[in-house]
Design a protein around this ligand. Structure first.
Ligand SMILES: [Zn+2]
Length: 401
């Protein structure tokens, strides 16, 4: 009796799945046991029907596995039990899992690209695949949450074109249900080119997206020029383009200065880790600009405690909020600390134009986030809390690299 019931349940379930596919939901069922950890370097033949050499012309490979003729009559014969059984399928399983929309792929270094996609709210996570020859998919990563919508693919070859797909999945009763996807994938050529524009030398990828972090492509430079736009609270770093001077904008950081800062040209002085600042606050990385004016991180409430960030002050980045110093996120501040030697020219100026790389957006922090998300030593905390900071090239977090 139990066995029969079980069979019926399986058949009901299969019927339900076919109805789903008829309704173009394209949800596929596979046993979770086919997930073999640590085999990400081999083609995912067990993971993916397209890798099994099925003809590419088959538009609906999942539907062909279970002919409609075997299931539809069954449904017609016993409509009532199907409905009853249907109640055992959680609502989230009945929902569709649409194809994931990859929003952009950006070259990050000469050997890596960053893939961003739109969140699928009803998904439990995502599979990221690279499309190999003949449409075979190589699984790169399984992400077990639906809020992480970014993945960096490393170990690539400069100048090559790569194709990607992301598939959403849901898990129920030990089974993985994958959403549909676009078999063409999203192609990206890993290459950048320079373009002169309005006196600056910019870098773009082959799809015309500007690269804001160009040093991984140009290589680090011997010297830089730092310009701080006091009006817009943006700090832009320039590298030298031969005789043309410092006309390659290479980094842009959101900052906080003071409206009354004295404009002029200075040269970088001494650098300090964990320097005491005004009102019992502390800077983590600090470099003197002139007199008592420093570049420093957003202030901390305790000395040598990167988990004591003043979150309220952090959230003011991009506005005039300091007592005169120039505050930056850890990523930008540490970059200046590490890369700009003493004597580097610093220009304070005012303009309504933020600068050649624009003004990054700030991702504000909740009260409990008492560390700088761009602090390289605090990444473990963000991982613990599953923060999922956007880190797209248009936010201030882009400077993490
Ligand atoms: Zn975080």
């Amino acid at each position: 009796m139990l066995k029969i019931r079980r069979q019926i349940t399986v058949m009901f379930f299969a019927a339900a799945m076919i109805i789903n596919s008829i309704m173009a939901f394209s949800i596929t069922a596979e046993a979770a046991s086919t997930e073999i950890p640590g085999t990400t370097n081999s083609p995912e033949s067990s993971d993916n029907p397209y890798a099994t050499g099925e003809p590419k012309t088959s538009e609906e490979p999942y539907a062909t596995n279970t002919p409609e003729s075997s299931a539809v009559p069954y449904e017609q014969d016993t409509p009532a039990p199907l409905k009853q059984d249907d109640t055992n399928i959680p609502d989230k399983m009945k929902e569709s899992l649409p194809a994931v929309n990859i929003t952009n792929i950006v070259p990050v270094t000469k050997t890596s690209v960053k893939i961003n996609w739109e969140k699928i709210p009803e998904a439990d996570g995502y599979y990221i695949y690279r499309i190999l020859d003949f449409g075979k998919l190589k699984k790169l990563k399984k992400i077990k949450n639906n809020t992480t919508t970014v993945f960096t693919d490393n170990g690539l070859t400069y100048g090559q074109t790569y194709k990607y797909v992301v598939r959403a999945y849901k898990e129920y009763n030990g089974k993985i249900y994958r959403g549909s996807y676009n078999k063409e994938g999203y192609a990206k050529k890993l290459k950048v080119k320079s373009v002169y524009k309005k006196g600056y030398k910019y870098y773009y990828d082959m799809d015309g997206n500007r690269i804001d972090d160009v040093l991984p492509f140009t290589g680090k430079k011997k010297s830089y020029l730092i310009k701080v736009n006091i009006q817009k609270n943006v700090t832009t770093i320039y590298a030298k383009d031969g005789k043309k001077g410092y006309t390659i904008p290479v980094k842009v950081f959101l900052c906080s200065g003071n409206k009354h800062d004295t404009l002029g040209t200075y040269s970088l002085g001494t650098r300090y880790r964990y320097r005491t600042l005004f009102y019992n606050t502390y800077g983590q990385w600090t470099v003197r600009i002139h007199d008592s004016i420093l570049f420093h991180t957003v202030v901390y409430k305790k000395s040598r405690d990167p988990d004591s960030l003043d979150v309220k002050e952090y959230n003011k980045l991009g506005t005039s909020a300091s007592h005169g110093c120039i505050r930056l996120q850890c990523s930008g501040m540490k970059w200046i600390y590490d890369n700009c030697k003493a004597g580097t020219k610093v220009i304070f100026y005012k303009s309504s134009n933020p600068g050649p790389l624009g003004k990054p957006k700030l991702e504000k922090l909740p009260k409990w986030h008492t560390w700088d998300p761009t602090d390289p030593n605090m990444q473990y905390k963000c991982a613990e809390k599953k923060c999922n900071h956007k880190g797209s090239r248009k936010t201030a977090l882009s400077s993490v690299y």
